[in-house]
Design a protein around this ligand. Structure first.
Ligand code: NI
Length: 172
């Protein structure tokens, strides 16, 4: 993780955040470097997850670290992540997003799930996660499908947040 690049994080209303990212068909040095840059960017922004859309790259790549250490040892770098199954049990939790700074809202999601992804060496991995890790992976996979956590809110609440960011952009 030396020489990692820090990317600027894209905010709403940028339309790249509502686009679907494409699967990664070939894992090469560029992809691995990008995942390291994403991890460095996420740490620099004090986030617990980051999807490639958020740095304007439409590839199915996410990074997640919900550990306390935040030194890379608890990090996941996932290529083509997918949801295999989700628990029926759900719970509400206050979420935020680096692309919607300053906004925290309660989102109800399944509390656990099984997720499949490719690691940087191309191996298929499957993990069973619950709690914050399961929530964070769901939030990041949503990003790859152009879905934001505010899309889980009522239309009125979502529109109020969008409008406030459009206004911010105009006055910036
Ligand atoms: Ni997010």
């Amino acid at each position: 993780m030396c020489y990692s690049l820090l990317y600027p994080v894209i905010y709403i209303p940028d339309s790249i955040l509502t686009q679907t990212a494409s699967p990664v068909t070939h894992i090469d040095d560029t992809i691995i470097a990008l995942l390291d840059d994403m991890l460095a960017t996420m740490y620099a922004e004090s986030g617990i997850g980051l999807a490639a859309n958020q740095i304007a790259v439409l590839k199915r790549l996410i990074v997640v670290d919900v550990s306390q250490t935040r030194d890379g040892s608890g990090a996941y770098q996932m290529i083509n992540p997918e949801i295999i199954s989700l628990s029926e049990e759900t719970e509400p939790y206050s979420e935020g997003c680096l692309s919607i700074p300053g906004v925290n809202r309660e989102v109800t999601r399944p509390i656990a799930g099984v997720f499949r992804y490719q690691s940087i060496d191309g191996e298929i991995q499957e993990i069973e996660a619950d709690g914050l890790l399961a929530r964070c992976i769901q939030h990041e996979i949503d990003h790859l499908n152009g879905i934001l956590f505010i899309d889980h809110l009522s239309r009125l609440k979502r529109q109020m947040i969008w409008k406030s960011f459009i206004k911010k952009e105009k006055t910036a």
